[in-house]
Design a protein around this ligand. Structure first.
Ligand code: HEC
Length: 452
């Protein structure tokens, strides 16, 4: 009896001491374990003058946020990344933390968020100034808003498009493109597009805005077609706002078209100005792949179960408006690939009612593969999901894209749930643009085929 007691007590002591030793060894500290994760993955946005609401650049700054940080990283709301990894391919620009990093942060917070030894603190990454693409040198061309825009101290500002004519007279190929805000604090986003002209019925003013000219008649279809032919090039997001293509592959930038910088500003409490830019690096080597971006549509859409077919000569059917209060309004588009096609990136684009999106590849043998699922679309993050490995769709494959829209009061971004929503350019209108980038043999381009 007695010996058992002794044994049990000894066992307890042994357990207790090994647990303490383990905790002392493993308890993560800020300076040694957590700062490297935050500095690598968070401060690009969470530093003074960047998009995020607070800086995470020192122990003193981070400590009050410890619990919120644990919640946001465990729930995978931070870093922001909107593709569901369980139902998507692997993407080069994925921002998610590794599970080991999430576990380290959680263990640090659970352990009381200690600072640790200050001498172990790593250096902060340098403040990003200039272009994020560094290894290619300065851009070969910089496209800039024609004049600096004045941003008022307060109020809600609509997204605005600035048009700049393409300043060269033969097609050129970009190997890299980067959007750069002139004023990082006040610029919520700058997204660069290239468009086949000015919007129908408009002329350009001195600020680069396309203003309605009543002397030019507008045809609804022409406006719709114009929107469909417009293609997104790249968009700014801290740390990741650029596009690059592999050797031999590039984006063609045609003369006679217009660059468009789509600007969304967030007032900062004091008047600000911004003049955002698009940097372009051309390819020096010969191009064999012309990368294009189009909307995945062959002219058929299934809207709330009803099949609609485009008029002859139109790329997409005229889609009925979204009714007031509809909370899960569904549209499906399809595109068949007549030849083997390499796919580079996927990018669903919608406005304020956009809710969720999926891209599914149906192979000629009928097997299906989900390429991208965005379960909670957020129009603030215009992400290009860039495939880690460009993927070949065999001839006869079909790309099926599905979008859901929420025009109800449940959608906190909805400016007017009681209104029907039309399909057009403004943020209060809607878009279903399941963009993707794909390559075609570059020689077909020189024969004059264009993106339309
Ligand atoms: C690409 C930019 C970006 C990155 C990278 C990023 N954040 Fe954020 N974070 C934001 C923005 C913007 C917000 C404001 C809320 C929103 O828009 O979702 C935010 C909000 C937060 C909040 C909530 C703040 C509040 O007011 O409650 C926490 C906590 C947070 N981030 C932690 C992190 C951590 C930890 C990381 C890195 C592991 C990280 N974030 C990486 C942009 C970013």
């Amino acid at each position: 009896m007695r010996s058992i007691c002794v044994l049990a007590a000894g066992l307890l002591v042994g357990l207790a001491s090994s647990a303490t030793a383990g905790a002392a060894e493993e308890a993560p500290t800020f300076t040694k374990d957590v700062a490297p994760i935050l500095f690598d993955n968070c401060v690009v946005c969470h530093r003074v003058g960047e998009v995020a609401p607070m800086a995470l650049t020192s122990y003193q700054a981070v400590r009050p946020w410890a619990r919120a940080i644990k919640d946001k990283v465990v729930s995978r709301e931070m870093p922001p990344w909107h593709a569901d990894p369980e139902a998507s391919l692997d993407f080069r620009n994925d921002r998610r933390l590794s599970q080991a990093d999430v576990d380290t942060i959680a263990a640090w917070v659970d352990g009381g968020a200690p600072e640790g030894n200050p001498t172990e603190l790593p250096a902060l990454p340098p403040i990003p100034t200039g272009w994020q693409i560094r290894d290619l040198g300065e851009p070969d061309a910089v496209i800039r808003m024609p004049v600096a825009e004045e941003i008022p101290a307060s109020g809600e500002l609509p997204m605005t498009n600035y048009y700049i004519p393409v300043p060269w007279d033969e097609p050129r190929y970009a190997q890299a493109l980067e959007s750069k805000p002139g004023n990082r604090v006040a610029t919520h986003h700058t997204v660069a597009y290239i468009r086949p002209g000015l919007p129908p019925g408009t002329r350009l003013n001195e600020k680069g805005l396309a203003v309605r000219d009543p002397s030019i008649a507008v045809d609804r279809n022409a406006s719709f077609e114009f929107a469909q032919r417009s293609v997104k090039l790249t968009g700014y997001a801290p740390g990741k706002g650029y596009k690059r293509y592999p050797k031999g592959a590039g984006r063609v930038l045609r003369p006679d078209w217009y660059f468009t910088l789509n600007q969304h500003y967030q007032p900062t409490g004091k008047p600000e100005t911004d003049q955002s830019e698009l940097g372009i690096w051309f390819h020096d080597d010969p191009i064999d792949t012309d990368v294009r971006e189009i909307v995945a549509s062959d002219g058929i859409a299934v809207v709330e179960g009803r099949e609609l077919v485009a008029e002859p000569g139109q790329r997409r059917p005229v889609v009925p408006s979204i009714p007031p209060y509809a909370d899960d309004w569904k549209i499906v588009a399809m595109k068949v690939f007549p030849e083997d096609t390499t796919i580079f990136s996927l990018s669903p684009h919608a406005h304020l009612r956009g809710k969720r999106f999926t891209y599914t590849l149906v192979r000629p043998d009928g097997t299906e593969q989900t390429l991208l699922t965005v379960p909670q679309y957020d129009f603030n993050w215009q992400t290009f999901y860039e495939l880690t490995e460009p993927m070949v769709f065999p001839a006869g494959s079909k790309l099926v894209t599905v979008g859901y829209y929420d025009n109800s009061v449940k959608n906190r971004y909805n400016p007017a749930p009681d209104k029907e929503v039309y399909w057009a350019e403004q943020s209060w209108d809607e878009m279903f643009n399941p963009f993707f980038e794909y390559g075609v043999a570059a020689e077909t381009v020189t024969k004059g085929s264009t993106n339309d």
